[in-house]
Design a protein around this ligand. Sequence first.
Ligand code: DQA
Length: 146
Amino acid sequence: MKILIIHGPNLNLLGRREPEIYGRLTLDEINRECGRRGQALGLETECRQSNHEGEIIDWLQQSEAEGFAGIVINPAAYTHTSIAIRDALAAISLPAVEVHLSNISSREEFRRRSLTAPACRGSICGFGLASYLGALEVLKLTLSEN
Ligand code: DQA
């Protein structure tokens, strides 16, 4: 089973971007660890990052036709602004898990609301890399139920 992992804007800067909030792992390192955990779970992971809302929407719309079974998405700042990504998540039938490295509930007021999470099966935030690994675990469980 193939899982699409989507990283939103500015996550390409991980490692040097506000490390006190987002940690010191680079995006490549996160992707590598996701690949490892995926493999252990019998999941094939494909990781993509974009700074562009429309590109993320295109990936979501194409995900089922591309043969993916589930989605892990960190919409980054689009979490708090993008009705269009929320609508794309609602439009597709694949299970999606929203993840955040930081705990968005304990940060600035404007980060506390996620427009995208209600269109996902669930969300995991605040655990750094483990948010992504946890999302793979729950997707595996969810997909095995069907
Ligand atoms: C983030 C949280 C967002 O509020 C922020 O805009 C990000 C990263 C996280 O993973 O903690 O870019 O999604």
